[in-house]
Design a protein around this ligand. Sequence first.
Ligand code: 13P
Length: 338
Amino acid sequence: MNIEEIAKQMVAKGKGILAADESTGTMEKRLKSVNVESNEKNRLHFRETLFTSPAMATCISGVILFDETIRQVSSSGISIPELIKKNGSIPGIKVDKGAKSLAGSNNEKITEGLDGLRSRMEEYYKLGARFAKWRAVYSIGSGSPSEQCIKANAHALARYAALVQEAKMVPIVEPEVLMDGEHSIDECYDVTSRVITECYKELYLQNVNLKGTVLKPNMILPGASCKNKSTTDEIAKKTLECLKKNMPKEVPGVAFLSGGQSEIEATKNLNAINKINDTSFNFTFSYGRALQQSALKTWSKSMKNTSDIQKVFDHRATMNGASTEAKWNEKLEQSFAA
Ligand code: 13P
């Protein structure tokens, strides 16, 4: 498959991406929150339980892995990327080295990881990865994000994307405007517009083939501490409008991050966006927390109870799969409890 075909498959209707690429540090936080020790064996056990779930074949188009996981061998003896492929899904890899302090700024972040990326991509290709992810983060505050932060991150994202395509893989371009803060939904709209516009300017400059990319943005939401809450319809309308205005037509689709929304919110909002989608873009999910939260809790209670853990994960994946086709509703959501 060439990169344009892979990108289309990643955002195909009915399916979405499982972001299981938490770094060791983030995974430690997640496991600590459910009172489980974070060691290599436990991290693999949880992830393998999800990767062998029935919904992998029906609702998951791709899985983003962390460097540790792409090198691990499953209990059935095949490598983790092989296991994912066996289930009809595409293995991917997080290649950024995290968001670090941006020199000369007021505590803003720049994502690092470009040095040596060409040779790392060659290795990841050999290990089975066919797409990659790089996340830039932007906070909304007084004077933030600055032009400096927006430009520096867009440049890094574009250089990353060009290197990934050179290695015959699809770059997921992830500029995440964080939900933390008191900002309004309109401020989120404006900042996200500026950020996305700058990203495409740089992707164009670096000769990235947009047909072989996937955008992973935040939805347009009020800040988590904003007093004015927004309705699902308003979120969907503003998210669609923002992306319609700022995304080039060549991009096949969008795979949203969940960014701190609850599992149900993330599903509901995606469904509402797809209900009013009048564009050529496919809108799907690339969720971490919003796909794994309940499954992680169930796993922590009884790690050996594979079928219960998988039932919980399958339900979330199926609900989000339905949302990509605007087929989700409360009744369907309740079908699990019944
Ligand atoms: P969340 O869906 O938990 O925001 O994670 C998605 C992701 O991959 C962040 O980089």
